[in-house]
Design a protein around this ligand. Structure first.
Ligand SMILES: Nc1ncnc2c1ncn2[C@@H]1O[C@H](COP(=O)(O)OP(=O)(O)OP(=O)(O)O)[C@@H](O)[C@H]1O
Ligand SMILES: [Mg+2]
Length: 248
């Protein structure tokens, strides 16, 4: 990763959810930088605001205060439709714990979706999808539907779909949360390979110290705030240190 190139900055972000009889401060004045080519892991207790953070960076939700700076600029319209959709399509790839594939579409149709929405020509779509199928190792499964695939294979489809337009920012919310140990390792390697290939930056929420140990840095959240930051070195040391921070 390039330490000098900040691709995205989160500036003093606050988010309060209000409803009848309740008020939850999900994020309280959160700020950090994301570097080009970085894998940034986000850990923290349940309800500490991790998914809220990703929703706001992905313009799926609007903050009460604060801004997101992308490549040095604040897009004032990023939380207002139709600009929010444009922002997402141009900049963000989403990967979720539950894969979120369209069940009636085949593997290659799922992966092609962002290109179709973008209006890419059919020949170009074919070429790019075949390339992506190879990268995620699903060429032989191209005509299958999601129900015919294992969890790991479904997550590969989701990664293919998220990365087909080569977004500069990838937001992954517990991408290995539903996968066993070996499949998680496999998915992490696919994610890191792709990130390096396309020079992307990933923010990945995880509860698993083994998964977080793949990151360049780990942000620790508690009660809507960043309470710690760990810079990763050697993977085994990372895991030990991350576990220690958890147990503290
Ligand atoms: N749409 C919403 N309406 C009201 N409250 C919400 C909403 N989304 C999240 N919250 C609240 O905001 C807080 C942070 O939620 P968030 O989903 O960001 O936590 P999280 O860190 O992702 O937790 P987990 O690890 O369980 O996924 C929680 O108290 C949650 O109940
Ligand atoms: Mg969450």
């Amino acid at each position: 990763m390039s330490k000098n190139h900040v691709v995205l900055s989160v500036n003093n972000l606050s988010k309060t959810y209000k409803g009848v009889g309740y008020e939850v401060k999900a994020l309280k004045n959160v700020s950090f930088d994301l570097y080009k080519g970085e894998l940034l892991a986000v850990m923290g207790t349940s309800g500490s605001g991790k998914s809220t953070l990703l929703s706001i960076i992905g313009a799926l939700d609007e903050p009460n205060e604060g801004t997101i700076t992308l490549n040095g600029e604040v897009n004032k319209n990023m939380f207002t439709e139709p600009y929010a959709t444009d922002y997402r399509r141009e900049n963000i790839g989403f990967i979720f714990q539950s894969f979120n594939l369209l069940k009636d579409l085949t593997v290659e149709e799922n992966i092609a979706l962002p290109l179709i929405l973008k209006g890419t020509e059919e020949e170009e779509i074919d070429e790019q999808v075949q390339q992506m199928l190879e990268l995620v190792g699903l060429t032989d499964w191209r005509s299958h539907r999601p129900v015919q695939l294992s969890g790991g294979q479904q997550q590969r489809v989701a990664i293919g779909r998220a990365l087909i337009i080569q977004p500069p920012i990838v937001l992954a919310d517990e991408p290995t949360g539903n996968l066993d140990f070996n499949t998680s390792t496999d998915i992490l390697n696919v994610l890191v390979d792709m990130k390096n290939r396309f020079n992307q930056s990933i923010i990945m929420v995880t509860h698993d110290p083994y998964v977080a140990a793949y990151a360049d840095r780990v942000l620790f959240f508690h009660d809507g705030q960043i309470v710690d930051l760990y810079k990763c070195t050697d993977r085994q040391k990372n895991m030990d240190n991350i576990l220690k921070k958890f147990r503290r």
